[in-house]
Design a protein around this ligand. Structure first.
Ligand SMILES: [Fe+2]
Length: 288
């Protein structure tokens, strides 16, 4: 039996507030050494911490250890702010990687739904390994995390629209997951494995106060957001998208007490420059 985080018990994930720290220059993820490693789509990964400190995307089990006690790689010198972000959290991290996800269509993304093998070699009595995301650069609010309790059952699905600066934590060994990223530019995110312990519990608690505006997108055919929320076990913090994919239905009503308008709250790290998505709308991005 492993220790698990109470906050993930109901849904398997938590959306935290945007990163409030100092700006992180895009050069920190754009200049890294990426390896061709496919996981969840057309992906490349830049290891910041690995099992041995080498640029290695393989599971820690290949080196006889669970996914914790990660060792910084040479990429650390190119991404000092990203590494400080991880160290500042203070927990026991395993693999720390920047993912570069190339665009895909929705059907292709759904075929990549998978669960991670986070706890191989993790002894009973230790903390369950989960993963966190810090979104770095994507198509704001069009890139969507798709989570399912059952891989082939859309009724168990939750969608979370992403934007730069967003922080999430997901039990990816419990939930099938994938990011649908329409592009046109690649999406980057920092992904970190964490052992569940008091430090991570406190970090999540701190980063979810006040409760963030989680963005859950109903699938076409689902009656409304509230149904999607109830099916997924999401709490009352879900909210409609302010801007969304044209193929996704606009939500027209709101059940009292179940959802509230989504307000993007970019932290200071994500102000400074703007980019345009494929529909010509502009979004704040991190200062270079
Ligand atoms: Fe995964």
């Amino acid at each position: 039996m492993h220790r698990k985080l109470d906050i993930l018990a109901d849904t398997g994930y938590a959306v935290m507030r945007d990163w409030q720290g100092p700006p992180i220059a895009p050069a920190e993820w754009e200049s890294l050494t990426y390896l061709d490693w496919k996981s969840g789509g057309d992906t490349n990964f830049a290891p910041l911490a690995s099992a041995t400190g080498e640029l290695d995307c393989r599971g820690f089990w290949d080196h006889g250890k669970p996914d914790k006690d990660g060792i910084w790689t040479q990429n650390r010198e190119l991404a000092p702010s990203l590494c400080r972000y991880v160290e500042g959290i203070g927990g026991n991290f395993g693999r720390v990687r920047v993912i570069k996800l190339n665009p895909s269509d929705e059907a292709t993304a759904l075929r990549q739904l998978h669960r991670d093998d986070n706890n191989r070699l993790n002894p009973d009595g230790c903390g369950w390994v989960v993963r966190s995301w810090l979104e770095l650069d994507d198509t704001a609010e069009q890139s969507v995390f798709i989570l399912r309790e059952q891989k082939d059952d859309p009724a168990t699905e939750t969608r979370i629209a992403l934007h730069p600066g967003m922080q999430l934590i997901i039990d990816t060994e419990r939930l099938h997951h994938v990011v649908w990223h329409p592009g046109p530019q690649p999406r980057y995110a920092l992904i970190t494995s964490w052992e569940s312990d008091d430090v991570i519990d406190k970090w999540i608690s701190n980063e979810t106060q006040p409760a963030p505006a989680s963005v859950t997108v109903p699938r076409p055919g689902q009656p409304d957001l509230v149904s999607a929320v109830q099916l997924s076990g999401e709490s009352a913090t879900s909210a409609p998208l302010r801007a969304r994919q044209p193929r996704l239905p606009q939500r027209t009503g709101r059940a009292a007490g179940t959802a509230r308008p989504h307000r993007r709250r970019p932290g200071p790290a994500w102000r400074g420059r703007r980019s345009r998505d494929r529909r010509g709308r502009s979004w704040p991005r991190a200062t270079r």
